[in-house]
Design a protein around this ligand. Structure first.
Ligand SMILES: Cc1cc2nc3c(=O)[nH]c(=O)nc-3n(C[C@H](O)[C@H](O)[C@H](O)COP(=O)(O)OP(=O)(O)OC[C@H]3O[C@@H](n4cnc5c(N)ncnc54)[C@H](O)[C@@H]3O)c2cc1C
Length: 419
């Protein structure tokens, strides 16, 4: 096994150069510029994992205060970069439009700070009345109410990641791409050089990372490896607290979509709102190609298996997504799929809030549950604060979050708004 040329020991190695790895490295280095930080990724450049496969939408419509605060602070930070610092992140506040086939309780909506019940006429955009035969067969109903979250929209993950990446290069953080961490090697902190170490009575920690390009030594490791985290942590006996769920996106367009894509009756963003239909089918506007990205977070009947390169399933679109669009969204008539892909949510199946926890000389980021981009900046700040042994993190804008809420032994409620 060959060591890296000019073998160097780092203060921190961040494994994973997706949005959470980049943001973590950025906030660690910002906190202490003397730290020697290396970011390693098996891909050829940054953000090629699930960050690239996401719907890249953001919202602060979460039931849990911690999720709301993490998303709001990140959204405000990204907005600050774009509006005050002139960094183009492709961020557009299209709003998130929830269409319900039941009435909505005003009290319930008032819990979401930037949301309101819709009173605009939407009959030009959607088919609000579902015929009785369809209701009987599909058990879907007419639209009875709608809610819009105005602090929500779309962002370009490559532009956002690119901003962190360039900042990290300027700050002197090193990157090793095309470098696969195969194993984290546990060893006693004080070795007696006995075969079979570490023994249970020895204090142990991760001594080095074994990669396909050689050994990397560091005092501390931050794992931002999303659904791949389990393969690194299982061998050392640390629970990663995540389950992979396949998620697919289908890019569709039609003459009707091309006419509507730049129409927004709720604001002047110039882009159709991100729309969620009853049953959970959603449409994310992709105005660059006059298209929507459609998807559905299917739960039952979607197994937790994992493959390195998941494929989208055309039948999933045809039988699960298209019938919903056909019924509620006339503009999708004659639509065709122009592109499709699949990735994974790293699911925290207990309360649907990210895990950010310390164990020995590691911090693990896992279970981002479909929200790692919209909470990405806050996640990085929490990692830095945890490394600094702080109990609370001050997020962008000054709101505070108690670090144990994201840790292992937390007592939160359950997040209901998972899409
Ligand atoms: C279809 C879909 C839609 C989504 N929609 C949204 C959305 O609208 N909004 C939102 O906020 N989030 C969304 N998400 C979730 C979001 O994509 C993730 O939460 C986020 O990208 C996680 O970022 P990350 O940096 O932790 O992981 P990743 O971007 O997956 O990065 C992990 C990195 O670790 C590297 N890596 C893994 N193992 C190793 C190893 N052993 N050695 C070296 N490198 C390794 C990988 O190559 C990868 O680059 C969606 C996800 C999917 C799949």
């Amino acid at each position: 096994m060959r060591d890296f040329p000019n073998h160097m020991k780092y203060d921190i190695v961040v494994v994973g150069a997706g949005i959470t790895g980049l943001s973590s490295a950025y906030h660690l280095k910002k906190m202490d510029s003397s730290l020697k930080i290396l970011v390693v990724d098996k891909a050829k450049t940054f953000s090629q994992g699930n960050t690239a496969k996401s719907a890249a939408a953001f919202r602060d419509f979460f039931t849990l205060r911690e999720n709301q605060v993490m998303a709001q602070s990140s959204i405000n930070f990204y907005k600050h970069l774009q509006n005050d610092m002139g960094v183009d992140l492709g961020m557009k506040f299209t709003g998130y439009l929830f269409l319900f086939d039941h009435d909505t309780d005003k009290e319930w909506v008032s819990r979401y700070p930037h949301s309101r019940i819709v009173d605009e006429d939407m009959s030009d955009l959607f088919n609000l009345n579902i015929d009785k035969d369809t209701q009987d067969v599909m058990k879907i109903g007419s639209i009875k109410s709608a809610v819009i979250d105005e602090n929500a929209g779309i962002i370009e993950p490559d532009l956002l990641s690119g901003w962190y990446y360039n900042k990290l290069l300027e700050m002197g953080v090193e990157f090793k791409f095309n470098t696969m961490v195969r194993r984290l090697v546990l060893a006693p902190m004080e070795s007696l050089n006995y075969p079979g170490e570490p023994f249970n009575w020895q204090k142990s920690e991760i001594k080095y990372a074994e990669t396909d390009k050689g050994i990397i030594e560091s005092d501390f490791y931050v794992l931002c490896t999303d659904v791949w985290t389990t393969s690194l942590l299982d061998p050392v006996g640390i629970d990663s607290h995540l389950r992979p769920k396949k998620r697919q996106i289908f890019q569709i367009t039609s003459p009707g979509i091309q006419k509507l894509i730049n129409k927004n009756i709720f604001n002047d963003s110039g882009v159709f709102p991100f729309t969620i239909f009853p049953t959970g089918v959603y449409m994310r506007p992709y105005p660059q190609a006059s298209s929507f990205w459609t998807s559905l977070a299917d739960e039952l009947n979607r197994d937790f298996s994992f493959t390195e390169n998941p494929e989208p399933e055309p039948d999933f679109y045809t039988y699960n997504i298209k019938p919903i669009l056909d019924n509620y969204f006339p503009a999708s008539e004659d639509s065709r799929i122009t592109s499709s892909w699949a990735g994974y949510y790293s699911y925290n199946t207990i309360d649907f809030m990210p895990y950010i926890f310390n164990d020995i000389n590691i911090i693990v980021v896992s279970g981002s549950t479909g929200g790692g981009i919209m909470k990405g900046d806050s996640i990085g700040r929490i990692v830095a604060s945890r490394y600094d042994r702080k109990k609370t993190t001050t997020l962008y804008g000054g709101k505070k979050i108690v670090n144990t809420y994201n840790g292992k032994y937390r007592k939160t409620k359950i997040e209901d708004m998972v899409l």
